[in-house]
Design a protein around this ligand. Structure first.
Ligand SMILES: C[S@@+](CC[C@H](N)C(=O)[O-])C[C@H]1O[C@@H](n2cnc3c(N)ncnc32)[C@H](O)[C@@H]1O
Length: 213
């Protein structure tokens, strides 16, 4: 969860600027990537770290219930506004992905986009995602990740601290695919891509679906 200083300063600023900072990427293809991933969402659906609600407009009608979690109050305020504007019924719950206030096997779909780079403990977040998924339920993900090319991965390691300082605690060098598998989820659909109009450090992207056995 973002710390108190982040909440009091960078958290507010990051939330205020987020849509403007990401507009170029959204328009250049990120929004289409979101739509492709979220097309598979169905049933009772939980989103982790939903931010300002960039995914809201992409949820298909097969989603029968939508619960959006977000630990930052600054983001959650904007998220509530976005939900009200959208006309789509959705519940906003202030909670970090590492501690989800839901019973086991409550959801058919869990969604995480650009969030496992920032969560304090991605392994714990993924364990929680697996816990709240029903058997056969799916995690839909879209995440920027550690580069396969050793040269770029080295730069991601070197600049992790500086990047995190500027980008609200984001870690550019996480092997999120391995973390998903380590949480006991089976990746049955995987696409590798590039984060459009993003700095090279956060360009390697994965998207797809993992299923709880
Ligand atoms: C880069 S933004 C992505 C927002 C949104 N998911 C999207 O796709 O646009 C990262 C989000 O993760 C949230 N976050 C930070 N720590 C988190 C945690 N421990 N659990 C869940 N979300 C977290 C931040 O507040 C922020 O909203």
């Amino acid at each position: 969860m973002p710390g108190r200083i982040y909440e009091a300063t960078g958290g507010r600023l990051f939330a205020a600027l987020y849509d403007r900072l990401t507009k170029g990427s959204e328009d250049a293809g990120l929004a289409d990537m979101r739509a492709r991933v979220l097309a598979k969402a169905h049933g009772a659906t939980l989103e982790l770290g939903a931010g300002t609600g960039a995914n809201l407009k992409h949820y298909p009608d097969a989603v029968t219930e939508l619960v959006l979690t977000e630990p930052s109050e600054h983001m959650a305020r904007r998220l509530r506004d976005k939900v009200a504007e959208s006309g789509r019924p959705a519940q906003v719950v202030v909670a970090p992905a590492e501690h989800l206030p839901f019973e086991d096997a409550r959801f058919d779909t869990v969604v995480g986009t650009l969030v496992l780079c920032t969560a304090d403990d991605p392994a714990a977040a993924l364990r929680e995602a697996a816990r709240v998924l029903r058997p056969g339920g799916q995690l839909l993900f879209l995440e920027h990740v550690r580069a396969d090319e050793p040269g770029l991965a080295r730069w991601q390691d070197r600049l992790e601290g500086a990047w995190g300082y500027m980008a609200a605690g984001c870690h550019p060098n996480r092997d999120t695919l391995a973390a998903i598998e380590a949480a006991g989820l089976t990746v049955d659909d995987l696409e590798r891509g590039r984060f459009p109009k993003a700095p090279p450090l956060v360009r390697p992207l994965i998207s797809g679906r993992a299923t709880r056995a």
